[in-house]
Design a protein around this ligand. Structure first.
Ligand code: NDP
Ligand code: A1CAB
Length: 270
C-alpha cells in the first residue's frame, strides 16, 4: 500500500471517502492528508473526527503524495490542477471523483503523461454502501487501477467500466441516492398530512425503503415481480400505482435520469 494519499478538496465526497478508508484500516490515518481552498474549520473537523492529517498549504499537502484524490467541483478543476501541478510527482496517480470531467481533459490540463483514474462514487460511501464506477486514463497502469479499486472498495461495490459509460452511471448512481431521498421526503410528508406523527411517519418510511432495498438484493424476483406481488387486484397498491401512472411518474423519472446524464456531459465540456 502507499505511504501518502492526499485529498484535494475536503467536502462531502472527500469526507465520505475518508470515513470509509479510515474505518476499513486500509491506510493508517497519518498516511492520509486533506486540504481545501479556504475552510480551516472543515479541515480541523476532519482531523478531529478521523485522525487524518490536514494542511492549508498545497506544497505540504502534495509533498511525496503517491495518490491524489481530486474531490473539488468540476468548475474548480482547472484551478485545483494548476495549483497541484508543480508538486505532482510523475508517477503519482490522480484519482478524480469529479462528475463529467474526462480523464483526457485532466491529462490535458496537467499537460503531461500523468496516470489518471476517474471514479464515480456516491455519498453512501459514508456507510460503505457506495456503487462506484471506475475507469482508467491513457497513462494509468494496471497497478494504478488496482490501487484506486482497493481504495474505493473500502466504501462499497466497485465496478470497472468503459469511460463512455460513466456519464450514465453518474446519472443513475452518483445522483441516484438524491432521487431516493426525494421519494422518501414526499412519502414522509404525506404520512404527516394523513395524520401521523412526524417520527412515526419517518420510522415507517425509512424501514420500508430499507426493506425494499434488501428485498431487491436478496430475492431472485425482478423489481417488476416484487411490485406485482404487493399489488392485490383492486387493492390499495393498485390505487396508488394507478395514480403514479396517471401522472406519468415513470416517464418523469426517466427524464430526470436523462437530464442528469446531459448535465454530466455538459460539465465535462465546460
Ligand atoms: N456529493 C456527491 O454526492 C458526489 C459528488 N461527486 C463529485 O465530487 C466532487 C466534490 O463534490 P462535493 O464533495 O459534493 O463538493 P463540496 O462543495 O462539498 O466540496 C468541494 C471541496 O473542494 C474544495 N476546493 C475548491 N477549490 C479548491 C482548490 N482550488 N484547491 C483545493 N480545494 C478546493 C472546497 O474547499 P472550500 O470549502 O475551502 O471552498 C471543498 O472542500 C464534485 O466534483 C462532484 O461532482 C461525485 C459523486 C457524488
Ligand atoms: O450533483 C452532482 O453534480 C454530483 C455528481 C453526482 C452526485 N453529485
Amino acid at each position: 500500500m502507499i505511504e501518502k494519499l492526499t485529498f484535494i478538496g475536503a467536502g462531502a465526497m472527500a469526507e465520505a471517502l475518508i470515513s470509509g478508508i479510515v474505518s476499513d484500516g486500509l491506510l493508517e490515518r497519518e498516511k492520509i492528508l486533506a486540504t481545501n481552498k479556504n475552510d480551516p474549520k472543515q479541515l480541523q473537523a476532519l482531523k478531529d473526527t478521523y485522525g487524518i492529517r490536514v494542511s492549508e498549504d498545497t506544497k505540504e499537502a502534495m509533498k511525496d503524495a503517491e495518490a491524489v484524490i481530486l474531490a473539488v467541483k468540476p468548475k474548480d478543476s482547472q484551478a485545483a490542477l494548476e495549483e497541484i501541478k508543480p508538486y505532482l510527482g510523475d508517477e503519482a496517480v490522480v484519482i478524480s471523483v469529479m462528475a463529467g470531467v474526462s480523464t483526457q481533459s485532466i491529462q490535458e490540463m496537467l499537460g503531461k503523461s500523468q496516470p489518471v483514474i476517474r471514479v464515480m462514487p456516491n455519498t453512501s460511501a459514508m456507510i460503505k454502501e457506495s456503487a462506484t464506477a471506475i475507469c482508467q486514463g491513457t497513462y494509468a497502469t494496471e497497478a494504478d487501477l488496482n490501487l484506486a479499486q482497493s481504495l474505493l472498495k473500502t466504501v462499497g461495490l466497485v465496478d470497472v467500466v468503459k469511460e463512455s459509460d460513466i456519464d450514465a452511471i453518474t446519472a443513475i448512481a452518483g445522483s441516484g441516492p438524491a432521487y431516493m431521498y426525494y421519494v422518501v421526503e414526499a412519502m414522509m410528508s404525506e404520512g404527516v398530512e394523513l395524520g401521523l406523527d412526524e417520527d412515526v411517519s419517518e420510522a415507517f418510511v425509512y424501514q420500508t425503503i430499507l426493506g425494499a432495498a434488501k428485498m431487491l438484493q436478496a430475492s431472485s424476483d425482478s423489481p417488476k415481480t416484487l411490485r406485482e406481488k404487493i399489488t392485490s387486484p383492486n387493492g390499495t397498491t393498485e390505487a396508488g400505482l394507478r395514480t403514479l401512472d396517471e401522472y406519468n411518474v415513470s416517464t418523469h423519472i426517466k427524464e430526470a435520469v436523462r437530464a442528469a446524464h446531459k448535465r454530466s456531459i455538459e460539465l465535462g465540456n465546460q
